[in-house]
Each structure stands twice: as C-alpha cells, then as structure tokens.
Design a protein around this ligand. Structure first.
Ligand SMILES: [Zn+2]
Length: 232
C-alpha cells in the first residue's frame, strides 16, 4: 500500500491532475475538481425559494411544480470552465460529480419535493454524433445517486428536424422544434412525478417543451432541475 501511494505521489509530481476550474494542480485525494473550487461554487440558493427566477420563467408556459437552478453561470467564471471541461473535453465524471453534489444539496436542505424519477433533456442527434454523450444525462446520473431515485435515460427522445430550419418562419421553427421531441414509446412511464434535468437554463424553451410533453403523457407533477442558470 505504501509503495502504491509513493508511486501515486511521484506520478502526481510529474503529471499532476489539474483542476478544470482554477487550473491549479490537485491533491491525489481530490477528484474531478479541487476542494477550494468546490467550496467557492456560486450557488443560487433557489432550492429554498420556490418562487425563484427559474420558476417564474415557466409561468404561463408550462405547468411546472417546482423549478430550480443550482449555480450561476457567468462568462469566464468558474462554472463556465467546469461546463467547458464537461461538454468539450468529455469529462463526464465531472458532470456526475456536480450532479451528485447538487442532489446532496437538495436532499440536505429538504425544501424541495423529491420526484419519483429523473430524466434528462435529450441532446440534438447531430450533437450526440459529434460529442458522443449527453452532458445533461451525466448530471442526472449523479443526481439520481444522491437522491436515490431512478434515472430513466431515454424517457424523452429527440429527432433531427426535417428540412432547412433557416428557411422557416419563426412559428414554423418553433412548431418543428416541438415536434422533434417525443416520449419514448418503449418506456412505460408510470411515474407520478418526474424531474427533468438540464445542464444550463437560459430562456427555458427546451425545458418548456419537455415539461409539456410529460404532462401530455399523464405525468402529474413535473419538476425542472438545471445545473446552472446563465446570467449577464
Ligand atoms: Zn480548483
């Protein structure tokens, strides 16, 4: 064991793991990102406030029971760096870790209702082809472990839009976007409450489509969980 730790320390010395948020070397006990950055995460604290700005985004657009974003995303900020590592460097383990920490916060604060299961906003098929994975699914996997509820990966599916989107008028683009999301016919959704997970929320349009889709399929209560909210 001692020999293993010695080799580990030597490897750390020559090939240190770099924290994706602050670019500093991490200790071998730190995984995914450093403890300093973990303590500095810019939390919104929306968990304890039902009437928060993310919840208000859905008023009159979708019947959402509760909505939340865990962190603030600002340009060149720590969360942008973490999201870059997750999305463009394929750091799925980081996404799972962030999702796990988010889930733990929900659990310990005990102010939000825990849904029966989680699903993720599906990625556009073209992006799946280039990226190879859905970052929202990585976050949802971590959250499901912390909340001890199932993650139903392909509950909502997304197809490519037919025809050129640029030639369509605004309403036609919206209509075709709505049609590209579908419930997976192979999965029977008997869950009464479902939480939809996304990585980042801006206007909430995609989450609105997914929430309405779930309600249309008889899900009683829909909740929205975004890892972060983009602010100026
Ligand atoms: Zn760091």
């Amino acid at each position: 064991m001692k020999a293993f730790l010695l080799i580990h320390d030597l490897l750390d010395l020559f090939y240190p793991n770099i924290c994706p948020a602050c670019d500093k070397p991490m200790q071998h006990t730190e995984k995914h990102f450093c403890i300093y950055c973990e303590l500095q995460l810019p939390k919104t604290n929306f968990i304890s406030a039902k009437d928060n700005s993310v919840y208000k985004l859905f008023l009159g657009r979708a019947d959402v029971e509760q909505a939340d974003a865990w962190l603030y995303f600002v340009k060149k900020g720590m969360v942008q760096k973490l999201m870059y590592s997750l999305k463009y460097k394929g750091n799925q383990a980081l996404g799972e870790r962030l999702g796990y920490l988010y889930g733990l916060d929900i659990k310990t604060q005990n102010t939000m209702k825990i849904p029966d299961c989680l699903c993720a906003v599906p990625l556009h098929p073209d992006k799946i082809k280039t990226r190879g994975f859905n970052q929202a699914a990585a976050i949802a996997r971590g959250m499901s472990q912390a909340l001890e509820i199932p993650f139903v990966e392909d509950l909502i599916q997304r197809q490519s839009n037919s025809g050129s989107q640029t030639r369509k008028k605004r309403f036609e683009r919206w209509e075709s976007s709505v049609q590209s999301f579908q419930m997976n016919a192979d999965i029977h959704c008997g869950y009464k409450s479902v939480g939809i997970v996304d990585d980042i929320i801006t206007t909430g349009s995609t989450l609105e489509i997914c929430a309405n889709l779930l309600k249309g399929f008889g899900v009683d209560k829909v909740q929205v969980f975004a890892l972060c909210q983009a602010i100026n």
